[in-house]
Design a protein around this ligand. Structure first.
Ligand code: SF4
Ligand code: SF4
Length: 165
């Protein structure tokens, strides 16, 4: 990972408690205008972040996969969904399915995804920082600031807009 991104994640770790407090305050303030501001912050941060110089999500955090994802990816790999599941997926006690290994099976040496066009929805949407439900997902967001440099920068930006300390 690019050293600059490692520094951002280090800062996120040091500021974990502050981030939690900020996310709790943001949850109380959430409204349509704040969601719009969040989306602008997301666009701005991701316009400067190079995911191919990071790939930390793919290296550390197994994505959830739906049955629809499984069917689509299995078809792409010319496998049956059943075989695909047996090879790549685990199911937890709540019935949630995810890839069974990190770094991800499909992450290549150059940080590219070998199934990019058909990757799981969870990968497409990660780190979920442009979604209307952002402000109600306090623990997920906190966790993502420790994995994803962009998620931490987006939180910093939205905090500065709302004048949170
Ligand atoms: S499927 Fe692709 S995008 Fe998703 S975690 Fe694996 S390598 Fe990353
Ligand atoms: S989404 Fe976040 S963690 Fe994943 S590669 Fe991009 S910056 Fe890194």
């Amino acid at each position: 990972m690019k050293p600059e991104y490692q520094h951002i994640l280090h800062e996120a770790l040091i500021n974990k408690e502050d981030s939690l407090e900020s996310l709790k305050s943001l949850k109380k303030q959430a409204n349509h205008q704040l969601v719009e501001s969040l989306k602008s912050c997301h666009q701005e941060v991701f316009s400067k972040i190079d995911c191919l110089a990071c790939a930390n999500c793919c290296k550390t955090s197994p994505p959830l996969v739906t049955n629809k994802d499984i069917k689509r990816i299995a078809q792409h790999l010319k496998m049956t969904p059943k075989l695909f599941e047996r090879k790549y997926v685990i199911e937890d006690i709540n019935g949630e399915k995810s890839f069974s290994q990190v770094p991800c099976f499909f992450l290549q040496e150059d940080n590219r995804c070998s199934i990019y066009e058909v990757r799981p929805e969870a990968c497409r949407n990660y780190p979920h920082t442009d979604e209307d439900a952002y402000f109600i997902r306090t623990s997920l967001n906190l966790n993502n600031t420790l994995i994803c440099p962009a998620a931490f920068l987006i939180l910093k930006k939205i905090k500065s807009i709302t004048d949170l300390k």
